[in-house]
Design a protein around this ligand. Structure first.
Ligand SMILES: Cc1cc2nc3c(=O)[nH]c(=O)nc-3n(C[C@H](O)[C@H](O)[C@H](O)COP(=O)(O)OP(=O)(O)OC[C@H]3O[C@@H](n4cnc5c(N)ncnc54)[C@H](O)[C@@H]3O)c2cc1C
Length: 369
């Protein structure tokens, strides 16, 4: 359990100075991020695999298709995939990953990832520790806990504050990372602190230090920081009333996002009205603005997005900001459709949509030079 974990001494590997792409991922050590780079790293990948397999309670595999771990059902192989619910094993795997010099990242349940068809040249780590604890109105949870389990845990104890997020899929760690939210509330409203690893030390940030914003946090700008656990402050309330709210929301959400749908929820972030240029903000009818945000779907719908298709990747015909994989879609088709939609909104409204989904394994996003 991470609740009692204290910051530990720096690991041996020095702080990274690698270049990062515009999404924050580390630049490759050399050459293009294609088959060549893979070949250059083969021996090191094998050595790293061997070292990882020596860690007790860590499940390790090589060449694992990430499509098995993403809700889109899309994504080529990770050179190495390792997962554990054991805290000590996870920290040991991080030490090995850092010392290897290979790229590495952590994923949660894969519900918000677009992984390239070529996959991820590096080590994909998954931390599944799902401990949850409560004391009075305070609740803490490990990063690998399922967000819905945490919501249910709080509701069962008559603790209010998370119930509007019912049905948001994924893990607690990723919810903190992306400041997940729904129905006008975000998890950041309830977070007291976050325990994480910054690549050298285990640190504890209070809410302010996390720099939460709509679907944003400091963790999104430091993609190598790994969240271990979080503590939340909730409010006492009647459990049956909280359950009713959660059930009502779940019913609506399950109709909009059928549980078998291969998607990532909303592809694009909504737009904060106060961040739009004044002329464009004034042109948005008041009836479409919700909690200070203009749904991206408002622009997408007018740009003709509903029902669009690339290969087996589709925009839902009932929701312009929902893209799903019909079953045989590829990341290439998905990205082409996303670019097409962004282009349409840009040319019609002069507005740049920003993806809510996170890209993995797209080195072409690296800046030139
Ligand atoms: C049907 C559907 C509906 C959705 N509705 C909503 C919604 O209403 N509101 C909303 O906010 N989101 C929504 N989403 C998006 C998704 O549920 C959230 O983004 C969720 O938080 C992702 O969790 P995950 O565990 O699947 O993360 P992943 O997709 O696996 O990862 C997402 C990001 O989190 C990072 N990450 C994961 N774990 C850690 C960690 N321990 N430390 C640091 N970084 C980490 C990963 O590196 C990655 O960049 C929806 C998705 C789907 C499929």
């Amino acid at each position: 359990m991470f609740a009692g974990l204290k910051p530990f001494a720096p690991v041996i590997a020095p702080q990274s100075t690698e270049k990062r792409d515009r999404l924050g991922w580390k630049a490759p050590k050399s050459g293009l991020h294609d088959g060549l780079l893979y070949n250059q790293n083969v021996s090191s990948t094998e050595e790293t695999c061997t070292r990882l397999t020596e860690i007790t309670n860590l499940t390790v595999s090589a060449g694992t298709p990430l499509s098995l771990y993403t809700r889109f059902g899309i994504g080529g192989p990770a050179d190495v995939y390792a997962e554990t619910e054991d805290a000590a094993a996870f920290i040991a795997s991080l030490d090995v990953a850092r010392a290897s010099g290979l790229d590495y990242m952590v994923m949660g349940s894969g519900t918000n990832l677009v992984v390239s068809d070529a996959g991820f040249r590096g080590i994909m780590l998954r931390f599944t520790s799902h401990g949850m604890r409560s004391e009075g109105t305070r609740v803490s949870a490990d990063a690998g806990a399922v967000l819905q389990d945490l919501i249910d845990f709080a509701i069962d104890r008559g603790l209010k504050g998370l119930e509007t997020m019912s049905g948001v899929p994924g893990s607690v760690g990723a919810a903190v990372y992306g400041n997940a939210g729904a129905y006008g509330h975000s998890i950041s409203e309830r977070i007291r602190s976050v325990l994480f690893f910054d690549g050298s030390n285990v640190r504890l940030f209070d809410n302010g230090a996390c720099q939460f914003h709509y679907r944003e946090s400091i963790f999104k700008r430091h993609k190598d920081w790994i969240i271990f656990s979080t503590e939340l402050e909730l409010e006492a309330a009647a459990a049956d009333e909280l359950r009713r709210i959660a059930d009502d929301i779940l019913k609506v959400r399950n109709e909009k996002f059928p549980v078998t749908m291969k998607c990532a929820g909303s592809i694009f972030k909504n737009l904060l009205l106060h961040e739009l240029p004044p002329g464009k903000a004034a042109a948005v009818p008041g009836r479409v603005v919700r909690e200070g945000k203009v749904p991206a779907a408002y622009f997408l719908e007018q740009a003709g997005a509903k029902g669009m298709q690339r290969g087996d990747i589709h925009v839902a015909d009932y929701h312009a900001n929902l893209i799903y994989n019909g079953g045989r879609g590829t990341a290439q088709e998905l990205c082409a459709l996303i670019e097409d939609l962004k282009g349409r909104v840009r040319s019609r409204f002069g507005i740049e949509l920003e993806e809510e989904v996170q890209y993995v394994g797209f080195p072409q996003l690296l800046p030139a030079g």
